[in-house]
Design a protein around this ligand. Structure first.
Ligand code: G3P
Ligand code: MG
Length: 262
């Protein structure tokens, strides 16, 4: 375990408990700067977003492998199939409208680069959880490039970005490129060896789907000195249950419902 990670684990958890999912949940187009701005208006000081690479290795925000759900690609590129975002250079991706699919109000929103997100965080004094979301087949490389960018873009930040991924190989790539950035393993099931994998990757935290968190799982991770967070928590009953178990971070779409207390 690196010195920086050790310090993070020994000290107070430096991140706010409340984290706005994809910027502002469903109130604005996900993973856009407009969403971040709206989340911040609702009092959120930490954001989760999904990061992948263009063909020429520019990190940018997009949840899906493909472009059609959250951009106007079909009309603009006059295509009848659903293009894989990572197969195109950033100069091409950067022209797409990433807001109209949501509502007319956001028609000028673009896909942001990680660099633009870092500038937003600096200007607004916000923390970030970068979920590494590799295009299929690019796990290790995406983890490494995102970590390199994150280390450079947040080099003067008081707290480093928390890098998370469902893909252990992406976290392995991040660790190889920049071991000092804190890592978290994302889980949507409790697959065989999940805790051992998180420890082997020197993660500081596990981010569970809320349905996976019981007294037993909470005890298991706490016993290993790991923090635990949860996604995507959109109702008070679940949030209260998790807080009673000592949850460190709650990722929510409902920035209009939950008022961050920390
Ligand atoms: O990072 C937590 C959460 O965003 C993981 O699921 O599919 O919303 O990226 P997803
Ligand atoms: Mg995500």
């Amino acid at each position: 375990m690196t010195q920086a990670t050790q310090t993070l684990l020994n000290g107070d958890w430096p991140y706010p408990r409340w984290i706005a999912h994809r910027g502002a949940g469903k109130l604005a187009p996900e993973n856009t700067l407009a969403a971040f701005a709206l989340g911040a208006q609702h009092g959120y000081r930490m954001f989760e977003c999904d990061v992948k690479l263009s063909l020429d290795d520019v990190p940018f925000l997009l949840h899906d492998d493909t472009l059609s759900r959250t951009t106007n690609v079909i009309r603009t590129w006059n295509t009848d199939h659903n293009p894989v975002a990572g197969h195109f250079a950033w100069s091409k991706l950067s022209t797409l409208d990433a807001g109209s699919w949501h509502s007319e109000q956001f028609k000028d929103a673009k896909i942001p680069t990680l660099e633009q997100v870092a500038a937003f965080c600096t200007q607004n004094n916000c923390h970030i959880n970068l979920e590494i979301k590799p295009t299929t087949g690019t796990d290790h490389h995406t983890g490494a490039v995102v970590a390199e960018y994150a280390a450079r873009l947040w080099q003067y930040a008081a707290t480093p970005p928390l890098l998370s991924s469902f893909k252990p190989e992406a976290l392995r790539g991040a660790a190889a490129a920049h071991a000092d950035l804190p890592r978290a393993l994302l889980l949507d099931t409790l697959w065989d060896g999940w805790l051992q994998t998180a420890l082997e990757l020197q993660c500081v935290a596990i981010v569970f789907h809320h349905s996976l968190i019981s007294t037993e799982t909470a005890q298991l991770v706490k016993k290993e000195g790991l923090r635990f967070l949860s996604y995507t928590v959109n109702d008070a009953e679940t949030a209260n249950r998790l807080m009673a178990l000592g949850i460190d971070g709650i990722i929510t779409d409902r920035v209009d419902f939950f008022q961050p207390d920390q």
